[in-house]
Design a protein around this ligand. Structure first.
Ligand code: ADP
Length: 610
């Protein structure tokens, strides 16, 4: 309540009036008291000769005369006369039994006690004769002060009431009006009634506020417009990236697949051909890596990337990640070590793919920037409590290190510590930005320590839920042992891209498939599935005439209700996978596929469908 400006203002004015009333009463009291004192000193002077007679001559008649004269002053309660050496010589009391005034006196005693003392030395014809103390009744003074205080207070109240009315009309109400409309600022509809504001600063303030409201409103409309355009362009960017990724993956599938097929016939090539094949393999893998990075980064930026934690055997997983990087390490003549603490939990819930992406990125950077040096992947437990385990996973290298002034920006997108580094080692500058954002998505923290010329250490600290065990699979081992897992199956391939049709024919044949039918779009796939019962349909998603999602739904409604359908698509996101599963597919394979991923993807879908 006391936060309101008008309440504070009124309270201040009221207080000022009260203080003024008290000050004026105090002043009047001071003056009245002095007047009373002067008056009684005058009385003493008028009876001075009698006083001297009483003290000096000690005559009984003088005392009677003294008492008689003093009785004319009804407010004089008593007088005590002293000789100059302080001896009490005579005392007069108006009422002998009356209680004497308290001896202790202060400035307010006349008001509080109703009496006061006046002590003086009596001089007569310029010589001191005696001293006296008068006890004076101050009841009149009390009344006078009480009247004064109540009058001034009453006047103050009346004045305050008048000022309050004026203030209320000219200040409080218009201000309250202004304040009440402030929340509506920006609506473009703020209008202040000018009552009580006539030509005052408040009227000017009201005008300024109305103008600001209109300006704010216009700006808001502009901002909304910009926002809409921005979300459209973000959507367009996102669509573009998804399309571009799809369009690049489709031919890349053919490139990587055919390169793999050529790899199987490497022995037939001469040395130069073999070298060119190696370069081609490297180039196609880098291209795939870049496409994946760009897509992942865009999805992380737009918050569309979600994690899929699954029970994971931690030590096996870390050993696998380490083993995957051994080839690259050997190529760069780097010694790649693994240091796992003994107390690592056996099983945790983890998105293996995303964790491998982080560690793989850190390891490949460490290898890339430590030519002929040493790199180590290590893991240790920081704490373990309530089915949660906090781990520190670190990648340490003895490489070129990073300048201390570049370190704060190293996790920013498109950042590379040094332009010359890019030229020497290549890279898009997205890897660490993706690692950092993925770590945050896992509620983890990725930190770096580095010294130029000595090396770097990237540490990921994160807390993972402990789980009992990893559900046993056994599918891969069974099919891994079988080089032709598709032997005897009749397969329908729904794929519109001719190169990919050709590639898949080769790959499926390698995996033992002898009965393959090809549909160039979804409609053809639906028709084929009505005429023939297939063991497996590999379904592309984006196809002309009818896409793979609709085709799957129609196949499920017809004769192919139980047929195993596995998506084989250049769409690569978790949402894409979910969309495929939602429309009835049993598995999901992202292009580009290798023989191994194709075989394991089909095996997994078959195992899951059993
Ligand atoms: P890039 O694809 O360029 O490697 P990253 O985001 O993975 O992108 O890395 C960004 C930059 O950080 C690199 O260009 C390099 O300058 C620096 N960097 C990353 N890791 C290391 C490391 N282990 N040693 C030295 N510099 C590194």
């Amino acid at each position: 309540m006391f936060n309101s400006l008008t309440v504070r203002l009124n309270a201040a004015i009221f207080l000022s009036f009260v203080l003024l009333a008290l000050a004026s009463s105090a002043w009047t009291y001071r003056v009245d008291r002095q007047t009373l004192e002067t008056q009684f000193v005058g009385v003493a002077s008028s009876v001075a000769p009698t006083m001297i007679e009483v003290v000096m001559l000690d005559q009984a008649e003088a005392g009677i005369e003294f008492n008689r004269r003093l009785r004319n002053f009804p407010h004089l309660n008593g007088v005590t006369l002293f000789s100059l050496d302080g001896e009490r010589r005579y005392e007069y009391r108006r009422q002998p039994m009356a209680v004497a005034c308290p001896q202790q006196q202060n400035w307010l005693s006349p008001l509080l006690n109703g009496c006061m003392y006046i002590s003086q030395q009596l001089e007569y014809e310029s010589s001191p004769w005696l001293s006296y103390t008068m006890e004076v009744d101050t009841e009149d003074l009390q009344w006078q002060v009480a009247r004064q205080v109540s009058m001034t207070l009453l006047f103050s109240l009346l004045a305050f009431a008048a000022i309050y009315r004026i203030l209320n009309r000219w200040l409080s109400r218009p201000m309250a009006e202004l304040v009440s409309q402030l929340p509506a600022m920006g609506s473009g509809a703020v209008r202040f009634p000018r009552t009580g504001m006539q030509k005052s600063e408040l009227a000017e303030l009201a005008r300024v506020l109305e103008r600001s409201d209109q300006a704010l409103h216009d700006k808001q409309i502009q901002a909304e417009d910009l926002n809409t355009r921005l979300s459209h362009s973000l959507q367009a960017k996102s669509d573009f990236l998804a399309n571009a990724s799809h369009e690049i993956r489709t031919p890349l599938n053919a490139v990587i697949g055919f390169v793999e097929c050529l790899g199987a016939q490497r022995s037939r090539l001469n040395t130069e051909g073999q070298q060119q094949l190696l370069l081609l393999q490297g180039a196609s893998q880098s291209l795939l890596h870049i496409v994946n990075d760009v897509l992942d980064f865009s999805r992380l930026e737009s918050g569309k990337l979600s994690l899929d934690p699954q029970p994971t055997a931690l030590v096996d997983f870390l050993q696998r990640v380490h083993a995957h990087c051994q080839g690259t390490a050997r190529l760069h003549k780097v010694l790649l070590g693994l240091d796992l603490a003994d107390d690592l939990p056996p099983c945790v819930a983890l998105d293996e793919g995303r964790m491998e992406q982080i560690l793989g990125n850190l390891l490949s950077n460490a290898i890339k920037f430590s030519p002929s040096g040493q790199v180590q992947l290590s893991a240790e437990v920081i704490s373990q409590k309530d089915a949660l385990c906090t781990l520190a996973l670190a990648v340490t290298d003895t490489g070129i290190g990073i300048d201390s002034d570049k370190l704060p920006y190293i996790f920013d997108a498109y950042t590379q510590a040094d332009g010359s580094v890019t030229r020497r080692f290549g890279g898009t500058g997205l890897g660490l930005a993706i690692c950092k954002r993925l770590s945050l998505l896992m509620d983890g923290e990725l930190q770096v320590q580095s010294e130029v010329g000595k090396g770097s250490r990237f540490t990921l600290t994160l807390t993972l839920p402990l789980v009992q065990s990893v559900p046993g699979g056994g599918v891969e081992t069974e099919d891994a042992a079988n080089p032709q897992p598709l032997k005897g199956l009749s397969i329908l391939l729904a794929e519109d891209n001719l190169s990919n049709q050709k590639l898949m024919q080769i790959m499926l044949k390698k995996l033992g498939c002898e009965q393959l039918q090809i549909a160039a779009n979804g409609q053809q796939a639906v028709d084929a599935s009505q005429q023939h019962s297939f063991d497996l349909i590999l379904m592309d998603c984006q196809m002309p005439v009818m896409d793979g999602y609709r085709a799957t739904r129609q196949i499920r409604l017809g004769r192919g209700g139980d047929t195993l359908i596995v998506a084989l698509t250049a769409n690569a996101t978790t949402e894409d996978k979910q969309r495929c599963l939602d429309c009835g597919m049993d598995g999901f394979l992202t292009k580009p596929v290798t023989l191994a991923t194709l075989a394991s993807g089909i095996a997994e879908a078959r195992a899951a469908a059993v």
